[in-house]
Design a protein around this ligand. Structure first.
Ligand SMILES: Cc1ncc(COP(=O)(O)O)c(C=O)c1O
Length: 413
């Protein structure tokens, strides 16, 4: 039993990290999509092999499918300290916000106000901004054009008694700085508004307690967090009574269909439970058996992950901070309570495309551009096509992988 993160054990769970043809890449594009552990892969294989049919009937394969989907609902709800009735699977976060915007709009009047940021991924921005065409007043909470960070005082100045919604990211996929969600929720709730939080870039790095955050909607994409390519939403219990049903008309009143006009692949829903199975395997390896519930034991695990991630990206951040002509977006330090280990930067000397190419030549998986945070990258004064270079770590990355990137950056930045 060890309380130091056992990277060999961790990496052994991920075939992409240990087997050809991918294992020689240093995967630092996790904010785009993380690798999946065997626990998820096994469930996909099992469900495609034996339960690829319509759930909810009484024949054997259908029962297997239903049980797998119900288990996923329970596991994911437990991981976010939510109830299964507050948990919804959808095809993706972008699709989920599209549905949400329709669901909210019918309850609002012309002249009602919403607040969006220019720091968010477009998934939690564009769908809300489009409501301006229907008479909703859209106010923009703007990030600092130098650091890319949001100041809560600016949000306070935008809130009025007509504010119906604040759509904000927990941690941007480019600026990566952690926003104070609970404080924002309190501010918006004080005027009777709601808060929709994009947790896609935050959830791979910290356990999320949707009750403690008091958010009305928490958005999550399982494929960034070691799971299949589906989205999820956690909605506060009373929200479903306020928004308009988006499923088929004859299902109105069935709350599990309110935000589900179309669901993702059933097998992928079932396979999401593999995320919890993976966390369990890692937990047991490090801490042994326990009676603690899933949320408590996963919280303990994420403390280990966070400490490792801080150690990983500290040298990278310190290199970028100390390099003349390099501009780091977001908070300068690795402290996980302040930033996610997603590091975006641009150099005065080289285009982001050139730096990206050099990293790719060294087999460092990464990307460059705006990463759909188009408004943020533009507000930073960067040409969005070239944009920033982004290196994003998760707990399975190694110091040697970061070192590989650093050698390249030292030569080209
Ligand atoms: C912060 C953030 N929000 C939302 C999304 C959109 O998620 P999805 O691909 O599930 O629509 C992404 C995807 O890159 C993201 O990084």
């Amino acid at each position: 039993m060890t309380h130091q993160l056992d990277l060999d054990f961790i990496r052994a769970q991920f075939p992409s990290l240990t087997r050809a043809p991918t294992s020689d890449w240093a995967h630092l594009e996790n904010a785009g999509g993380s690798y999946v552990p065997t626990q998820v892969i096994d469930l996909v294989t099992e469900l495609f092999s034996h339960a690829k049919c319509q759930p909810s009937w009484d024949f054997g394969p259908s029962v297997l499918a239903t049980d797998a989907m119900d288990r996923s609902l329970r596991v994911m709800a437990e991981l976010f300290n939510a109830d299964p009735a507050e948990t919804h699977f959808g095809p993706s976060t972008s699709q989920n916000t599209y549905v949400l915007a329709h669901a909210f709009r019918a309850g609002w009047a012309e002249g009602d106000e919403i607040i969006v940021t220019n720091q968010d991924h477009e998934a939690n921005s564009g769908v809300w901004r489009r409501l301006a065409d229907t008479g909703i007043v859209v106010r923009e909470w703007q990030a600092d054009p130098v650091t890319g960070r949001l100041d809560i005082a600016d949000a306070a100045a935008l809130i009025t008694d007509r504010t119906r919604l604040l759509a904000v990211t927990h941690a941007s996929n480019v600026a990566a700085t952690v926003n104070p969600i609970r404080e924002l929720a309190d501010m918006v709730h004080a005027v009777g508004g709601r808060i929709v939080v994009d947790g896609v870039s935050y959830a791979p790095h910290a356990l999320v307690d949707v009750k403690a955050l008091d958010c009305d909607v928490y958005l999550y994409s399982a494929y960034k967090t070691f799971g299949p390519h589906i989205g999820m939403m956690f909605t506060k219990a009373d929200l479903l009574d306020e928004i308009t049903h988006q499923g088929h008309y004859f299902n109105a009143g069935i709350s599990s269909t309110t935000l589900t006009p179309a669901g993702p692949d059933h097998a992928m829903i079932g396979a999401a439970a593999g995320i919890g199975d993976y966390y369990d395997a890692v937990y047991t390896h490090h801490f042994g058996a326990t009676d603690a519930g899933r949320f408590a034991r996963t919280a303990e695990l994420f403390e280990l992950f966070a400490a490792h991630e801080e150690n990983l990206v500290s040298p990278l951040l310190s290199f970028l901070r100390g390099r003349d002509g390099v501009r780091l977006v977001g908070a300068p330090d690795a402290d996980h309570t302040v930033r996610a280990p997603t590091i975006a930067f641009a150099s005065e000397r080289r285009s982001s495309a050139e730096i990206y190419s050099a990293l790719i030549d060294a087999k460092v998986s990464c990307g460059h551009g705006h990463f759909y945070a188009h408004r943020l990258v533009t507000a930073l004064g960067l040409e969005p096509g070239d944009g920033v270079v982004r290196l994003s770590a998760v707990h399975y990355n190694t110091p040697a992988e970061i070192e590989r990137a650093l050698v390249v950056l030292d030569a080209v930045c």
